[in-house]
Design a protein around this ligand. Structure first.
Ligand code: FAD
Length: 116
């Protein structure tokens, strides 16, 4: 989080962005229309060009070139996003997240009722 009223650093920006992205996946339809699929692809593509951390943006664009957005269903998009996030985790030496748990983390809440 950091001190109040300071510009976001790369970590605060990252946490906020992942929260937005995984929450979009959580709200994404199980059977999206072609228009909704195009919106998601367009949003991710724009984000990869506008993301205000240039090294992050460059690597994210490379990831997209080899792994294009998959968004024909909520689960497919949630898992694609989880894989994209895991690629950054690997680069930063953070643990891999189990993508079978993405909905518990971001949509339904953990089965034991905690929320972290
Ligand atoms: P975060 O990685 O921000 O994760 C937040 C929470 O998401 C975690 O606590 C966990 O509960 C959950 N989570 C973790 N992994 C997954 C997953 N695979 N799927 C679903 N949920 C998960 N930082 C850099 O220093 N260099 C970079 O090049 C870089 N590139 C980035 C590219 C993008 C597109 C984004 C959005 C962020 C990037 N970041 C980068 C920021 C970095 O990913 C982290 O957000 C930041 O380091 C803070 O990490 P954190 O440990 O707080 O957790």
């Amino acid at each position: 989080s950091g001190p109040a009223d300071c510009p976001a650093d790369v970590e605060t920006l990252g946490r906020g962005t992942w929260t937005l992205l995984h929450t979009i996946a959580a709200q994404y339809p199980t059977q999206p229309t072609l228009g909704q699929q195009a919106d998601v692809r367009g949003f991710i593509g724009s984000l990869s060009r506008l993301y205000p951390c240039w090294v992050c943006a460059e690597d994210f664009q490379k990831f997209l070139a080899k792994s294009p957005v998959l968004a024909t269903s909520r689960d497919e998009f949630g898992r694609w996003l989880c894989a994209a996030h895991n690629e950054v985790n690997e680069k930063l030496g953070k643990p891999q997240f189990d993508c079978n748990l993405w909905e518990e983390r971001w949509r339904t809440g953990w089965k034991d009722g905690r929320c972290d």
